[in-house]
Design a protein around this ligand. Structure first.
Ligand SMILES: [Zn+2]
Length: 211
């Protein structure tokens, strides 16, 4: 069994990065994932419900620093797993991502649009994952990554070729579960549930500021 580190102190970027390399999320992040599951933001789903909806396979966008196990998960969603794998993955398409490079993002978007045209598909799977070395390098936590994934979705949807209802946001995580076993899962990100949570938190902050 892999050891679980208990983080009482604030982690340095270097520590976060080394964890990402170790391949499982921290105990702190594990709590975040459990809460996001409870809030209905990270949802378990039956791959069969997506398999088949994605006409001609769709295109997955994922981060290259992920454990190689992420790709086999993707193949459960589609019989034609066309895939774009780059360091940073979906984060590269979020305009507020600290490593955002406009020319790269638009260039890749054009490349994906071409690929989807030749493969006759309009389904896009935008993945974020944890632990992610690139996200850790820029100091992003799991919720930050979800925000950036939503921004990336909007970035694609602003191009008329892409349709928001054909863009699926997915989160892949490798963690030690409550039973102490190494577990990997891909969850569907419920965008509306996440935005509602942000709105609620914002309201609470304003309430506190007034009080
Ligand atoms: Zn990554």
């Amino acid at each position: 069994m892999l050891p679980i580190r208990n983080h009482k102190q604030t982690k340095t970027t270097k520590e976060s990065m080394s964890e990402a390399i170790d391949g499982v999320i921290s105990a702190e992040e594990n709590t975040v994932v459990s809460q996001l599951k409870k809030d209905g933001i990270l949802q378990r789903f039956d791959p069969a419900t997506i398999f088949g909806i994605a006409k001609n396979g769709g295109v997955g966008v994922m981060c290259s620093d992920g454990d190689p196990d992420m790709f086999p998960y993707h193949t459960r969603l589609t019989h034609r797993p066309h895939c774009v794998r780059l360091f940073g993955g979906s984060l590269l398409f979020a305009p507020s991502f600290k490593g955002f490079n406009e020319a790269l993002a638009f260039g890749l978007l054009g490349n994906i649009r071409q690929g989807m045209t030749v493969k006759h598909t309009q389904t896009l799977f935008l993945y974020v994952h944890a632990p992610c070395g690139v996200a850790a390098m820029y100091g992003y936590g799991i919720e930050d990554q979800i925000k950036l994934a939503i921004e990336a979705m909007e970035f694609f949807a602003a191009d008329n070729f892409f349709r928001r209802n054909k863009i699926h946001l997915l989160f892949h995580v490798k963690r030690i579960n409550r039973a102490g076993a190494l577990e990997q899962n891909t969850y569907k990100i419920d965008v509306d549930a996440f935005l509602a949570k942000l709105k609620h938190e914002e309201g609470e902050r304003r309430g506190e500021a007034v009080a």
